[in-house]
Design a protein around this ligand. Structure first.
Ligand code: ADP
Ligand code: MG
Length: 254
């Protein structure tokens, strides 16, 4: 991989080209080009309001784009209907607020989509859910309700729930921002393991340690525009733009 952060030749699993998005008069994504190759981890950095969440939401089509194209494995993201449901099954998303169903058990939270969307037999869905709970270190919490878990545990359930659909791509939008400091590490650890196992991931985070360790590339978003993509070493040691230098100075100071 070059220092400029070109993906290493492999065909992009996710590709955004010339993506623009407005909210009314606000131009929140500006000519965004971004590729994530299969097995790659791209960390999206940028100040609050720079468009990181909007970019994620466009990728799984919680939002539409005004122009440009987003493709998954070369296929444009479908607009609606059955094709869109299929896309959503391929793109898992983990949010800042864990978004678990409060009145359902941990096991039910994880099996819901596999049962309803993929129509897996209950036995298989539950076996897989237990396997995933074990993987995120929560094998003993299957029968618990979300309110009985810590924030870190809830977020690990949310990750297990995303994995239960066997997604080709995982989106993380500030998955640790709502957590107490002592719980951030356990969630980042699960994410690092996924990265090491070859999961394709697009991650919005302010955890610079994670970005340095786990990212193959970093993309820096500023006012809706991607100003830099680079390897973590290049970005953190030699940011190319004044805006990125400012951003790093602010975020690394506290
Ligand atoms: P980030 O995740 O980087 O903090 P966002 O993608 O949430 O940034 O927001 C980018 C810009 O778009 C901000 O100016 C925000 O106020 C605006 N915005 C986000 N969502 C909406 C919305 N649903 N309606 C109007 N403006 C929005
Ligand atoms: Mg955001």
């Amino acid at each position: 991989m070059s220092e400029t952060g070109e993906p290493g030749g492999a065909a992009a699993l996710l590709r955004l080209s010339g993506v623009n998005k407005h909210y009314g008069p606000a131009h929140v994504l500006r000519d965004v080009d971004l590729e994530v190759a299969a097995g790659e981890v791209v960390v999206l950095l940028g100040a609050s309001g720079s468009g990181k969440s909007t970019l994620c939401r466009c990728v799984n089509r919680l939002e539409t784009v005004d122009s440009g194209e987003i493709t998954l494995d070369g296929v444009p993201i479908p607009a609606e209907g059955r094709e869109l449901a299929r896309l959503r099954a391929q793109v898992g998303m983990v949010f800042q607020s864990f978004n678990l169903f409060a009145h359902r058990t941990v096991l039910e939270n994880i099996t819901l989509a596999p049962l309803r969307v993929r129509r897996l037999p209950r036995e298989r869905a539950e076996a897989r859910a237990r396997e995933l709970l074990d993987r995120v270190g929560l094998a003993d919490k299957a029968a618990a309700h979300p309110a009985q878990l810590s924030g870190g545990q809830q977020q690990r359930v949310a990750i297990a729930r995303a994995l239960a659909m066997d997604p080709r791509l995982l989106l993380f939008d500030e998955p640790t921002s709502a957590l107490d400091p002592e719980m951030i590490g356990e969630v980042l650890e699960v994410m690092s393991e996924l990265a090491a196992e070859g999961m394709t991931m697009l991650v919005v985070t302010h955890e610079m340690g994670f970005a340095r360790r786990a990212a193959d590339r970093v993309a820096f978003l500023d006012q809706g525009r991607i100003l830099e993509t680079a390897t973590p070493d290049a970005f953190f040691e030699r940011p190319a733009t004044e805006r990125a230098r400012d951003f790093l100075a602010k975020i690394l100071r506290h």
